[in-house]
Ligand binder design. Structure first.
Ligand code: XIL
Length: 466
């Protein structure tokens, strides 16, 4: 009898421990991941300077807490992946599902006074193979690729016409690193030699659009592979005349790449001036230049950022910061979020925001590429304003001080870093996370459930034995 009571006690202790462990883990996970919406709203703080954007996938727009936080802080949205050709049109047919989902997403944004950036129409990465290649993987001819491009842009930009604020029409057409700019401005068309071609050694770097446009071109008639960029802008203008059309690229602060982007913009706009399809004289075709701003704490130079904004503004186009993140470390070597790195990151965010604010007349918007660190495509470098617990980091406070004035104690000990103009030598990696979050909270729940299950099974076995 005494033995049975003892076993019951053990069983009771097992079950109680399991229940406590489970509820502790679940509540720990939940409480640690609440967005604090009592802190100042980013879009309100910077309202006198520029709108503030971030990325959001369609599914997240219908996930209560994330959507609530998004409308609190941001007034521009870019889909991290969902509006790329590989997501919209994997095959030449059957695009309806994407449109339905994206229509709901755009409706949600507009109902909440959030402007939508279309990202992106023509890109060498995350594209759809059928647009540029035949079934064996060979480039289509220039004429075939052009027909596909026109159909794709008409269908997609045409479908969303009137609801998209701006389109990233062409993304990353230039090589990762361009090196030095030409010595004299006499080198007309120089930027065309800096484009990704189809023949890069790494397939990830090659542009299938360029390769197809080279296949069957009539050089004597003045055709060149780079025409795909001009065509993309013209098709986009005709499909959605209201949208502001952007060229978007990274490593934009390097002296060579900056110059190539600016010259591309100038040449495309000059060509449009005399194009018979241009019915709005005085309006540019390539109206905006997107600085992706995928920087690194190791070599970010606010001076180069400033020179880049100034050079882009000279073209007459608007400038936007389209994908900013500043991970800790350098290309190929992320570093941990040590106190020192957090402080350095905060200082760099503050320095570049200071530049953005001083040039706010040229800047149309500033968009972050991610909400909380573990959700970032570069999460290993903790690159954003909010940490894994959704808490505001030093970087958030540091940019706020530029407007609100007060300097919180934790950002006062910044070490000065040398600021020099330097060509960008780094490239953001293309990875394949598709914006998925870190599995940390999921891990907690799995551990808790597994622990609970072991305890309960242990209890049952004990009970059976009695
Ligand atoms: C990234 C996404 O964040 C990732 O989820 C995806 O796996 C790869 O693409 N330049 C761009 C963005 O224009 O579309 C890229 O987004 C980051 C670099």
């Amino acid at each position: 009898m005494q033995k049975r009571t003892q076993k019951r006690k053990i069983l009771f202790t097992f079950v109680l421990t399991a229940v406590l462990a489970l509820s502790f883990s679940v509540s720990f996970t939940a409480s640690a991941r609440e967005w604090d919406l009592t802190i100042p709203s980013l879009k309100e703080v910077f309202a006198d300077y520029f709108p503030i954007g971030n990325i959001l996938e369609p599914a997240e727009a219908f996930e209560g807490k994330t959507a609530e936080m998004f409308t609190y802080h941001y007034n521009f949205v870019t889909a991290e992946n969902a509006m790329k050709p590989s997501y919209i049109a994997r095959t030449p047919h059957d695009w309806d599902f994407s449109f339905h989902r994206l229509d709901m997403y755009i409706d949600w944004a507009l109902e909440n006074d959030i402007q939508v950036v279309g990202h992106t129409l023509v890109w060498h990465s995350q594209s759809a193979a059928w647009l540029t290649n035949d079934e064996e993987g060979n480039p289509l001819t220039r004429a075939e690729a052009r027909v596909n491009m026109e159909r794709y842009i008409n269908t997609v930009a045409g479908h969303f016409a009137g609801r998209i604020y701006s389109w990233d029409v062409v993304n990353e057409a230039l090589r990762t690193s361009v090196g030095s700019p030409p010595i004299t401005p006499a080198d007309e068309g120089w930027w065309k030699n800096m484009l990704r071609t189809g023949s890069e050694s790494s397939a990830n770097e090659a542009s299938a659009w360029y390769a197809a446009y080279a296949n069957g071109m009539d050089e004597a008639a003045g055709e060149c592979p780079s025409d795909y960029i001009y065509d993309a802008f013209v098709f986009a203008r005709l499909a959605d005349p209201n949208a502001i059309l952007y060229y978007n690229d990274f490593n934009e602060t390097g002296a060579g790449k900056r110059e190539a982007m600016a010259q591309m913009t100038e040449e495309i706009n000059a060509r449009w001036e005399t194009d018979p399809r241009n019915t709005e004289p005085g309006r540019l075709l390539l109206e905006g230049i997107g600085m992706q701003a995928h920087y690194w704490t190791s070599d970010l130079s606010p001076v180069s950022v400033e020179l880049t904004i100034m050079r882009f503004a000279e073209t007459g186009a608007k400038v936007s910061i389209t994908e900013i993140d500043i991970p800790m470390g350098r290309y190929g070597a992320y570093e941990d979020a040590t106190e020192e790195n957090l402080t350095l990151q905060a200082k760099l965010y503050r320095d570049v925001f200071d530049v953005f604010m001083r040039h706010s007349d040229s800047i149309e918007r500033v968009t972050f590429w991610g909400k909380a660190d573990p959700q970032s495509w570069r999460k290993e470098g903790s690159p954003l304003l909010f940490n894994a617990n959704f808490e505001a980091k030093e970087a958030y406070h540091s940019i706020l001080t530029l407007v609100l004035g007060a300097v919180p104690a934790d950002t006062q000990n910044n070490t000065e870093t040398e600021v020099t103009e330097q060509p960008a030598v780094t490239a953001p990696q293309e990875d394949t996370q598709d914006g998925k979050e870190s599995s940390l909270p999921v891990l907690w729940i799995i551990i808790a459930i597994a622990g609970g299950a072991v305890l309960i099974i242990g209890g049952i076995v004990l009970l059976k034995k009695r």
